[in-house]
Design a binder for this molecule. Sequence first.
Ligand SMILES: NC(=O)C1=CN([C@@H]2O[C@H](COP(=O)(O)OP(=O)(O)OC[C@H]3O[C@@H](n4cnc5c(N)ncnc54)[C@H](OP(=O)(O)O)[C@@H]3O)[C@@H](O)[C@H]2O)C=CC1
Ligand SMILES: O=C(O)[C@@H]1CCC=N1
Length: 289
Amino acid sequence: MSNALSQAKIAFVGAGSMAEAIARGLIQKEVANPQHVYMMNRSNQDRLAYLRSEYGLQASSDPATKDTFIREADVVVLCMKPKDVESAFAELRPLLNEGQLLISVIAGLSIEKAEKLLQSNMPIVRTMPNTSSTIGLGATGMSFSSKVNDTFKQLAIQMFEAVGIVTIVDEDKLEVLTGVSGSGPAYVYYFMEAMIKAGIEGGLNEEDAKQLTLQTVLGAAHMVKITKEDPAELRRKVTSPNGATQASIEALDRYQFSEAVAQAVFHSAARAKEMGEQIASSSPVGKSV
Ligand SMILES: NC(=O)C1=CN([C@@H]2O[C@H](COP(=O)(O)OP(=O)(O)OC[C@H]3O[C@@H](n4cnc5c(N)ncnc54)[C@H](OP(=O)(O)O)[C@@H]3O)[C@@H](O)[C@H]2O)C=CC1
Ligand SMILES: O=C(O)[C@@H]1CCC=N1
């Protein structure tokens, strides 16, 4: 366990899927002290009650309490949707200080724009995690502003390594990384949905179709990880010449499977960039989070 992390007060602004995924990983792995994990939103009380009872963390939507959470935090993690960034940042701006570390998980929001919105030189880590962080199997891309010192870099890396793997990239690679690993779990789920549906259409019962699909995806991912063989090589080993798999791969090629996946990655990347660009560079002054 990292001493720095276990002692750090971590405030999540936004209490949705991504904030929960990261907080849950940190708390369950005992990397963070739940009493030092603060979670906040604007209005959804049921959500905060659930987070409190499930993880033992502190959660509030009360403006005064939220102000205290932010001022006390060593690390502030920005977990609101891109559309809520301008108003949230206006509220955060007077509460933050340059001794704190700011971590953003917001798709498309550049470090430069975050600095402009906050009118601050505070250290900023821009990340792109994914929801598999919930079970410690996340894949997080990360870039640092020039103000992030080595101690804060290590803190951010430790935080996200507690919930999966971390890949440090130049900031201009974070959009395509969003297309691969940020949105990526959705492609795999979509693929699984299609496989289950086809199995049922072919006559399997629903339970069998689900179990077989799940074990197939799990087994294939583990094969890549454990054998360290290239996916293309592993695919060749399944594909007997002129056999059943060859017929299925040819069908996937006819329906342009590879192109469809590439387009999914590039459209995610483009949309992430667009969402970032749609956030205005300045925002009105606000009072409380
Ligand atoms: N989901 C994913 O797979 C991934 C998401 N991301 C990024 O994570 C961010 C959050 O996404 P996700 O968790 O899915 O979104 P959710 O909609 O699940 O959560 C957003 C949260 O933000 C809260 N919120 C909005 N405005 C404010 C505010 N001003 N102050 C405090 N809280 C606020 C909302 O609560 P309330 O409305 O009550 O205020 C809600 O709890 C996005 O920017 C997304 O790009 C990154 C990687 C993967
Ligand atoms: O769909 C989104 O915009 C976010 C970013 C990557 C995953 N979810």
